[in-house]
Ligand binder design. Structure first.
Ligand code: RIB
Length: 348
């Protein structure tokens, strides 16, 4: 029944008040649902710098480096676990047999994420994210894929088993594209909605993959490069760029705009704007993982049956809190924190 309701809503598209699932959930006694995240886990090595070096230049870090759990998939899975109400988080990833892999698995387990399908590759190194953090919280990252780039061949049957029972699937672009394509195809066959984060490797995306996804979600720079360099400076330009992706088959496009908030272009073409919410404490400390928090929060709102404008506000609140703290996983707020900020924004 649940899959039928979701499939019906996806077939309808993300209309302005579309509900992916009505009825009860979690705290009010409804059946548990599962959000499946398939993607990368990285040990994030955070380096504080006054500024980035130019070509040929050396700059010195301000402090010692910190190593914290990260990777877009891992961040999104833990965000689901922290922000969900009666929604289970399941994460599927390839990790190394190194100490970073142990740190990542332990962190996921501490947050109650189901990691039973994660693989530790003998002799492999876990992925690493080199995060250069400038004053004001701006981050630039370089990812070394490690085990995230070493997925085995996935048969259609294996993918069908991976996605079975999920209410929705979250994908990013830090694992090989063939993995995302195969998983999305299996999810489509089971009428499970796929939300594809465009964050990760700069590579083309096929029209077929766009069509498989209920929603794709780039940030501004990702929208720019995915559209072959279209301008994205104004809201009108963002909507126009999203339109070219929709013309290729994308159904709904959710664009995060940093300090400008977010824009959702829904399947029916309606445009929904969400301003950024005030950052608690007033200062952006570290943007790392804020987009992951935003996307997980939005996905949770959808599968919990929340109207779109409230999904967007819930996601904006999650992102605003995340940027007020250091690190990716360490910055992920609790549901209570996010609800309090979202409610305050609604009352304002
Ligand atoms: O989205 C943030 C993440 O991107 C970081 O945790 C880093 O690992 C990179 O994957």
């Amino acid at each position: 029944m649940l899959l039928f309701v979701i499939a019906a809503c996806v077939a309808r598209g993300l209309g302005s008040e579309a509900r992916w699932r009505g009825g009860s959930s979690g705290s009010d006694g409804g059946a548990a649902r599962t959000l499946l995240v398939i993607g990368a886990a990285n040990a994030d090595i955070i380096v504080d710098v006054d500024r980035l070096p130019v070509a040929g230049e050396t700059v010195c870090a301000r402090d010692g480096v910190r190593v914290v759990p990260g990777g877009k998939g891992c961040n999104q899975a833990i965000a689901v676990a922290r922000l969900g109400d009666g929604v289970a988080a399941r994460f599927v990833a390839q990790l190394g047999a190194d100490s970073h892999g142990a740190m990542l698995v332990n962190t996921l387990l501490e947050h109650g994420v189901d990691v039973s399908r994660c693989v530790r590759q003998p002799g492999g190194d876990s992925g690493q994210g080199y995060v250069f953090l400038e004053p004001g919280g701006t981050v630039s990252s370089i990812v070394a894929a490690g085990a995230n780039g070493c997925w085995p061949e996935l048969t259609a049957e294996a993918c069908a088993q991976l996605v079975a029972g999920a209410s929705a699937v979250l994908l990013q672009r830090e694992v090989p594209e063939r993995v995302n394509e195969a998983v999305a195809a299996a999810a489509c066959a089971q009428r499970i909605p796929v939300l594809q984060d465009i964050g990760g490797e700069d590579r083309p995306i096929s029209d077929a993959q766009l069509r498989r996804c209920a929603l794709i979600s780039p940030n501004l720079s990702e929208l720019h490069r995915l559209t072959g360099g279209m301008p994205v400076g104004s809201d009108a330009e963002v909507v126009a760029a999203a339109g070219t992706l929709r013309a290729r088959g994308a159904r709904s496009v959710l664009i995060t705009l940093g300090a400008r908030g977010a824009i959702l272009v829904a399947e029916d073409g309606s445009v929904h704007r969400q301003p950024a919410l005030a950052v608690p404490g007033g200062a952006v400390v570290d943007e790392t993982g804020a987009g992951d928090c935003f996307r997980s929060a939005f996905a949770l709102g959808l599968i919990e049956g929340v109207p779109l404008h409230r999904c967007l506000r819930f996601a904006a609140a999650a992102g605003a809190i995340a940027v007020s703290r250091l690190g990716a996983v360490p910055s992920i707020p609790t549901r209570a924190e996010v609800e309090a900020l979202a409610d305050a924004a609604e009352d304002a």
